[in-house]
Write a protein that binds this ligand. Structure first.
Ligand code: ATP
Ligand code: MG
Length: 205
């Protein structure tokens, strides 16, 4: 359609969109650095772990190598972990495998479990075969001081250049945040749980 056939309103819209496109194109052109990124998904709202698992699926879709470490595991199952374990054998998954704090009520055992789990994370962060490493609920290990913060931050910073890492969990602290390239906070507006609705298979776990 030539511009002659457009109404004034359509012309105005087209001009606005052209300007918008120029802006977007310019900002895309300005981003030139190619390397893996460190992402923190934090905040009190629902959606941190599920977002990280969405990225795992993205990476898997391109044949990339994914490692997943879960630092908190209660009795609860997880549909995505079950699926990946069964159908995606190339994905390496390590779950802490103990209940945590309020379940075990044994601080020494929790620290031991955290450190054992961290050893797997540290190995992945030092291994350039991994394109994406997910450290789910890692922030709590730092909050409880079960893991040494500077050791964790250093391992994230020193990882292979092409490797991306996703950390999830509430809090995490400013030093962890400063080591990240992307930080998103999921805000809790309200959650079904507060209306008495039970955690739902396929949605919450
Ligand atoms: P999800 O795994 O659904 O992405 P999340 O990782 O953001 O959630 P977590 O703090 O890890 O949140 O909590 C995991 C579980 O707690 C999920 O079953 C989730 O639905 C539920 N949950 C998350 N946020 C809230 C909230 N604000 N109130 C109550 N339950 C929540
Ligand atoms: Mg989570």
């Amino acid at each position: 359609m030539t511009d002659d056939n457009l109404t004034e309103q359509q012309k105005l819209h087209k001009k606005k969109m052209q300007k918008q496109k120029e802006k977007v194109d310019a900002s895309i052109a300005a981003a030139k650095i190619e390397r893996g990124v460190a992402i923190l998904l934090t905040g009190n709202g629902k959606g941190k772990t599920s977002s990280a698992m969405g990225m795992a699926l993205r990476a898997i879709g391109y044949g990339q190598k994914v490692g997943i470490i879960q630092f908190i595991k209660g009795a609860q199952n997880s549909g995505e972990i079950d699926y990946l374990t069964e159908h995606c054998p190339s994905v390496d998954i390590k779950r802490m495998g103990t209940g945590f704090t309020w379940n075990t009520q044994d601080k020494e055992a929790d620290i031991k479990a955290s450190e054992d789990t961290w050893a797997h994370a540290a190995a992945m962060l030092a291994d350039e075969r991994y394109d994406l490493v997910i450290l789910d609920e890692l922030t709590y290990m730092l909050g409880y001081k079960y893991l040494d913060k500077s050791t964790v931050i250093e391992a994230i910073k020193q990882r292979p250049r092409e490797q991306s890492v996703v950390v999830t969990g509430r809090g995490g602290g400013s030093e962890l945040r400063d080591a990240m390239d992307t930080v998103s906070e999921v805000k809790d507006i309200f959650h079904a749980y507060k209306s008495g609705i039970k955690a739902r298979k396929g949605v919450d776990y």
